[in-house]
Design a protein around this ligand. Structure first.
Ligand SMILES: *Cc1c(COP(=O)(O)O)cnc(C)c1O
Length: 402
């Protein structure tokens, strides 16, 4: 008899809620049926079918990134693993990097670069986007090898609206522009080639509406030359892009690819291509603006001013010190909708990424939000808010085909 006994049997169905919770937080987000089905399939990761799948994933990802580059890879890991591949492949000990830190996620680049013993200079902004002037000034002090930026900072809800112009300044300086588009890719315009971005990373579970665990990265030729010229070995064997190229370009073994996740991202990207980026950007813009109008009409206040408010994740000021964990739990229990709190800030956040931007989900989350704040004693015009959401969706309904 073995000494360590198995724990009692507990099927997953006993743990999962009997009615699925609608995920309207800062990610992961709901996935389309085709994505869920693909995620249930395992095939040989080095077989002929997989060859075709990888070929298609790269082509469709190139469309999402808006790049001609062939240096596109999937990564078995969270978006942070893609960020780490970016950082660890082009930074070495002593190389100078400017980290544009707007909050939790953009700061992560700095932590990773510090781990690489790079020379990290951090420029920090609180709840407002970086300006071209700020970056110019920081760059004028030294020669930098790379600059990191986030397109949308999920933790506070700020959009770096000057990204394109900042990228130009960085290019003129001769540094590599590394961009985190985890919560923004395919929800708003981003043109990797046109804007001269060198390394762009994204995850599966946000803008793309795929599953968590498979992420994407694209290198410009410029950035790829830096990777190729590298003499010291990459510190992370799994995150070495030259090893990843074996699988993603030459169809050879690197590590066993996360087959279901790649099949899932194939379907997520296929749906994006079918929708087209233009229509998808429009759907996100209309949905998020309508939701914001509804929130404000209810009598709640948005945390970030309109000119640089991120549409992918909307931050709402928590009035009257309502305990946000209690509010969120009440929303889950009563309305089967989940939103996010925040790291340290007194806000709650509603995600507007991919499948979250469907009118039925918008109505459900706004009603739940209003009713829950009201439950905790904050008086709101719920009917007025719902009407404002509807009015804004209808106003743009000719552009808004589901
Ligand atoms: C969520 C998020 C990340 C981290 O994603 P993980 O998949 O949790 O690693 C990084 N950057 C941004 C902008 C994000 O929204």
């Amino acid at each position: 008899m073995s000494e360590i006994l198995p724990p009692s049997d507990l099927p997953l169905s006993n743990l999962l809620p009997s009615e699925p919770i609608l995920l309207m937080g800062a990610g992961p987000v709901p996935i389309p049926h085709a994505v869920a089905q693909a995620n249930g399939v395992v095939i040989n990761h080095l077989g002929k079918t997989m060859d075709e799948v990888i070929h298609r994933v790269k082509k469709m990802a190139a469309y999402a990134f808006q790049t001609q580059s062939e240096h596109i890879f999937g990564i078995s890991g969270p978006s942070s693993a893609a960020m780490e591949m970016a950082i660890s492949s082009v930074l070495t000990k002593g190389r100078k990097v400017l980290v544009l830190n707007l909050g939790t996620f953009s700061a992560r680049f700095g932590q990773m670069a510090t781990g690489m013993q790079a020379d990290v200079v951090e420029l920090k902004n609180e709840n407002e986007p970086f300006t071209v002037e700020q970056v110019k000034q920081a760059l004028s002090k030294d020669q930098f090898h790379a600059v990191t930026i986030v397109q949308g900072e999920t933790s506070c809800g700020v959009k770096n609206i000057h990204l394109e112009q900042i990228a130009k300044v960085v290019k003129d300086h001769g540094a590599l522009m590394i961009v985190d588009t985890v919560c923004t890719l395919t929800t708003m315009p981003l043109y990797m080639d046109k804007w001269g971005l060198d390394i762009v990373v994204t995850g599966g579970q946000k803008g793309l509406s795929s599953i968590p665990g498979v992420s994407l990265i694209a290198y410009s030729q410029n950035a790829w030359d830096v990777v190729n010229d590298r003499i010291s070995p990459c510190p992370h064997w799994c995150l070495d892009p030259r090893r990843a190229e074996k699988f993603w370009k030459h169809r050879q073994y690197h590590y066993t690819a996360p087959v279901p996740g790649i099949l899932a991202i194939h379907e997520a990207l296929r749906l994006i291509c079918n929708e087209t980026l233009e229509k998808r950007f429009e759907r996100h813009e209309i949905s998020s603006k309508a939701l914001q109008a509804g929130i404000e009409a209810m009598g709640l206040e948005l945390f970030i001013p309109e000119p640089f408010r991120l549409n992918s994740v909307v931050s709402i000021i928590n009035p009257n010190q309502i305990e946000s964990t209690k509010l969120i739990q009440y929303m889950i229990n009563t309305f089967k909708v989940e939103i996010s709190g925040a790291f340290g800030l007194d806000i709650v956040r509603i995600g507007q990424m991919g499948e979250q931007c469907r009118s039925h989900n918008l109505f459900k989350v706004l009603y739940a939000l209003g009713m829950s704040f009201q439950h905790f004693g904050h008086d709101l015009d719920i009917a007025g808010g719902m009407a404002a959401l509807e009015e804004n969706l209808v106003k743009d309904s000719e552009h808004f085909v589901e």
